[in-house]
Write a protein that binds this ligand. Sequence first.
Ligand SMILES: [Zn+2]
Length: 345
Amino acid sequence: MTFKSLKITRPDDWHVHLREGNLLKAVINHSTRVNQRCIVMPNLNDPITTTLKGIDYIKKINLLSNNNFSPLLPCYLTEDLDLIDFSKGLDENIFIGAKLYPNEATTNSKYGISSTEKIYPALEILEKKDKILLIHGEKVDSEIDIFDREKYYIDQELSLIRKTFPNLRIVLEHVSSKYGAEYVNYSPNIAGTITPHHMMLTKKDVFLDKSINPHHFCMPVVKNEEDLIALRNFATSGNKKFFLGTDSAPHPIEFKVPNLKSKPGIFSAPCSIEIYASIFDEEKSLDNLEKFCSINGPKFYKLPVNADQIELIEERWTVPEYTIHQEIKIKNFMGGKELNWKLKA
Ligand SMILES: [Zn+2]
């Protein structure tokens, strides 16, 4: 039996939730073990809406990580953002861009956007400064089926943003549908991140025979087989519009179970690079893994590609069931299951 090994340029994670406090301490090493840079999401309990909050959060992350690791932070857009402060944060590279959460679309999005027109002045600043707009692309409306939120956001909001700001560069985050992936593929100035779980799960993995699996509940919700196949095809094709963004989103286990009040989010950081490698292997596309993980992202963000490499080896291992740190216990995605690829320590 021959075992494969693969060296690729060190990856970056263009969408991850590192959280704060003890939760940050519990999860950060799982992201820094592999990535040089992470776009860290600003939806903390007190969202990062000012440069001061941004500087403070970056400092907290840097205190817990090694010198080589760089957290990159988008400003959390609100309808009453201080635009002078926002401009300054972009100029001083405290903010890499800005994150648009539709109101109540996911965890800590209650300060998010209800009326897109109200943030046009902020989008104009982003477009002028050539900074990235990151979008959680789901239209939240009680009339709209939860599985169609991405499509409605694209048709009703995103297309209007693009018409109004044609030069604004946009990342449609955690693309979750065939419709969304095709939209990204044919639209100029847009790229998309794809999570491991949207390429592993369909709604059958959430809605089981007689119960619901809260550990597979995330936003956007995982969809149908044809969506999963489309995402796999775009990710593994080498297409430069798609790149790695895990959306690893830890919640302590008591916020996932019991599932009546389950919070959305899947914590994949302990094995995300290994899942991506396994998917690319299954799709016979290991040659394109480096493009997806390490090249397409920095090119779109106009940042240098990392200088060093990581090595992945073909080796069966079992993902630990939980990540535990002091009183915090988090269920790992794929916990207890076997994977074929492992990061060489
Ligand atoms: Zn997210």
